[in-house]
Design a protein around this ligand. Sequence first.
Ligand code: PGA
Length: 258
Amino acid sequence: MTRTPIMAGNWKMNLDHLEAAHLVQSLAWNLTDVEHDYEAVEVVVVPPFTDIRTVQTLIEGDNLKIRYGAQDVSTHDEGAYTGEVSTSMLTKLGCSYVVVGHSERREYHGETNELVGRKAKKALDAGLTPIMCCGEALEVRKAGEHVSFVLAQIDAMLAGLSGEEVAKSVIAYEPIWAIGTGEVATPEDAQEVCGAIRGRIAELYDEGAAEAVRIQYGGSVKSSNVRDIMAKPDVDGALVGGASLKADEFTKIVTFTK
Ligand code: PGA
């Protein structure tokens, strides 16, 4: 099976809705210019909640092939959950993806693997594709325990999901020490963990699920390093933070094969 590479821009808490429109428009123009094949490399933007309606209007209005999603989602359907956003609110806005368990949510909002797994399940039930994040802190890497640490996260996050559900999901391996630091993992570092994750999914489920699931690397991905990272056999895409906020730079990342 050949997996379609997926390049996703996680904007984090950046860009208001006007800036969002500008960025999506610039990105779309750039990609038209270079005749980007969206079937060959999938392009996803993940704006803040407040920008999603604007992004939807633009993408649907201009019939763009860029997909989009949200940075988090609630495990509840509706009701007294101040500040939360439900899966049905996201699907109504045409979202395809939702990032769950980003390290910043784990760190600042105390999200656990168990909660992240429930968010992923909720997303899948609604027809959204979860981008499930995992990754180790610097101390764990220095202790040489990064593979076992990440695999324990995987075991816990996937506990409530079937092989079919995992097969259509995306997993993002993002070593925390490489996020927003300019410190990028080497392509070999990325491959080591992404390969181990795929191996674990084969053990937990079967080869079919392992071959189908797409695994991204994230952490200081830029146009200058994306090619070597994407050349690794178990890396199927990138989750890009800072570099996704600039249309020209993100265009180069998305078109890494050129
Ligand atoms: P970065 O962020 O590309 O700015 O390092 C990646 C992420 O946190 O998804």
